[in-house]
Design a protein around this ligand. Sequence first.
Ligand code: ZN
Length: 126
Amino acid sequence: MRSGVLYVSITYRTTGHMCCCGCGEEVIAPLAPAQWSLVFDGETVSMYPSIGNWSLKCRSHYVIRRNQVMQRRQFTAKEIADNRAEDRAAIEKYDRAQLNCDTPHAASGEPWSPRAWVRGVRRWFA
Ligand SMILES: [Zn+2]
């Protein structure tokens, strides 16, 4: 990956970039409801929430808003631990919600997928 470029794969629901602190480490931020979201406004991209590279040596923390990187303060060890616990809880909550999914697709036994969801919406509009 090249520095200063945000790579986005919709197919693999993930993004990648070189750490914005310049340490040379790769940063992968998966796109998922309980992880990161990407907003493309037609000209620029933003990612939510912030990127906290707690597992890297640099422990950099920044936000990507409208193609700009803005550095945020580094977290303390306790804040990092709390943040990781919150992330884990959010992912587990999302996974549980998916397992208990009460959608027409779940009832029909059809596995959930964006394509299935689009078909469902099309049927609904029809
Ligand atoms: Zn870094």
